[in-house]
Design a protein around this ligand. Structure first.
Ligand code: FES
Length: 163
């Protein structure tokens, strides 16, 4: 039996929406304190039927096969969704879309979901929009885990350059 599903390997070999959005409306940096990996998310926000939607989204991930595959599939799921819908995308949903992840790699799917949520938080904050208590909680967690990630990187001498 293969360690990763076919779908995981497809997204790893040919990631969708990888890169930067130079004039992004918001961006986020999140980390995984278990391994020191990091992800940046960029979003452009548009409007559809009077609702704010994710018009475009790109990512850069410094991480493992599962981190890159989940980043890629998260951007696919989030594109076109309202900010409220996208804020509810969970790492479990992302992993399911990939046909599952080995239990030992489930923590990698946290990075993508929390990067998306943090970019939505940053957008809403910059526009003075109402932020739900759930999104506020996710933001606080993302900030705390980013600090821990940086400590892990220092401890193991991991240098994330040009990221
Ligand atoms: Fe770090 Fe997968 S091992 S995100």
């Amino acid at each position: 039996m293969e360690f990763y599903t076919k779908k995981v390997m497809e997204h790893f070999r040919n990631p969708k929406n990888m890169g930067e959005i130079k004039d992004a409306d918001a961006q986020a940096l999140v980390g995984n304190p278990l391994c020191g990996d990091m992800m940046r998310v960029y979003i452009k926000v548009g409007e559809k039927k009077g609702k704010k939607i994710i018009k475009d989204i790109k990512f850069k991930t410094f991480g493992c096969v599962a981190a890159i595959a989940t980043s890629s599939v998260t951007t696919e799921i989030a594109k076109g969704k309202t900010l409220e819908e996208a804020a509810k995308i969970t790492n479990v949903k992302v992993a399911k879309k990939l046909g599952g992840l080995p239990p030992i790699k489930m923590h990698c799917s946290d990075l993508a979901a929390s990067g998306l949520h943090e970019a939505i938080y940053q957008y809403k904050k910059s526009k003075g929009m109402k932020i739900s208590s759930d999104l506020e909680r996710k933001h606080k967690l993302a900030q705390a885990t980013l600090k821990e990630t940086e400590k892990v990187q220092q401890k193991f001498g991991i240098k994330v350059k040009n990221f």
